[in-house]
Design a protein around this ligand. Sequence first.
Ligand code: ZN
Length: 506
Amino acid sequence: MQNYNALLARLAEITHLRRASAVLGWDQQTYMPGGGGMARAQQLTALRKLTHEMFTAPQTSELLAAAETECAGLEPESRERLTLRLVRRDYDKAVKLPLSLVAELAHATATGHQIWVRAREHSDFSAFAPTLEHLIDLMRQQAEAYGYEERPYDALLDKYEPGMKTSEVEAVFDALRPGLVDLVRRIGAAEQIDDSVLRRDFDKEGQQLFGEYVAARLGYDFHRGRLDETVHPFCTSFSRNDVRITTRYERNWLPAALMGTIHETGHALYEQGYDPADDDTPLQRAASSGVHESQSRLWENIVCRSRGFWKVYYPELQRHFPGVLDEVSLDSFYRALNRVTPSMIRVEADEVTYCLHIMLRFEMEKGLLDGSIAVSDVPAVWNEKMRDYLGIVPANDAEGCLQDVHWSGASFGYFPTYALGTILSAQLFDKARSEISGLDSAMAQGDFSGLLAWLREKIHRQGGRWLPAELVQRACGEPAQSSSYLNYLNSKFAEVYRLESASQAV
Ligand code: ZN
């Protein structure tokens, strides 16, 4: 195992450097004074260049090939073979992109971001159009460099959801869409919910204390993590024993920080739950962006937007904000938190309309990449799809096709993972309920340890051993499906909106 061990030692060093970059990145977004920006960018660029060079160097390739020969006789599912499969995928991807394209993409996204910010300020898509055209051209080159079996979009999707094909995402979305559109329509016809109780005056200290309290109850270990404040909430980790989350407080909108903190806690539980035996090895990572998102969405929505959760924790919430929610009943609070209303942007979307935002963007990205949608037509096509899916039309480009940062970062292929994770969260929860006896009654007492232990075993401790499709099959005993999610939404929102059971059968 000499070559295999030497390879792991080399990769561990690269991991240490990447984690050092992550510390710098965390600091940049939390406590760094504005003046530090220029130097920090240079430090991060230097580290990224170094790690890329170390990973793609001939020594890595030689050690990898030698280790593959050395381990060829082992079981395909042995730790060594699974590790080498993962490293081989990463390595082949890293060396397939010509350095000139890497540099061009870095430059185009850096300038593209500035241009997008200005275009959005002026709500003028035409100012961003030439940049988007250029970025799409670079992404096409990227897809060609990576290679694909069926469609160019496959190559971009594979960066975030290894092994998944565009046609498979389409199949999942096609199965889900009619049911979602129908549920949105039925909710629209029902009596609407007033969520003004969530817009009262919630002092920041109370929000922070309650957020930390809930995160700890869900199982987040503050001895191996911390919560800070940023403009854009995120989760980052420097090791299994140092996993940090951030949130953003809005004094007059309770869900912003609270549900944001819980979402990031879900991500953090995944990373705090990796197998200690995988420390500093390539296996200690998430299976995919979609699987990562399944963890955050499971805790945020299925657990913490449930009636059972608030039966236990609502009195505690009321205590954190004396006089603010005293006369508000549990039922009013719960229904306000689950209000469904079509919104212009995904990040503000409720559980029912959320995936429709992603389907829209997925279709735009595919069309732009294969040329069936012209860049100049983006605002019109966007607005048409918004009308079809959500029944609302943006008033301008800023609210519509310019709303989101992703395209300026040339990250086509990322968006579907938000929906895939959301859909998977319901499938995993169904399976957990069928395997853990007494899960419902434990959760009704505010005890989530059984659920967390199940996720630890089936998902967290598996790290990056399996492709997402393999992981789902192993955890759920079936391939990914969207019926769990649709059933979950239908039964939950029929109750929240008191929908007639007769219309459910239609
Ligand atoms: Zn997330």
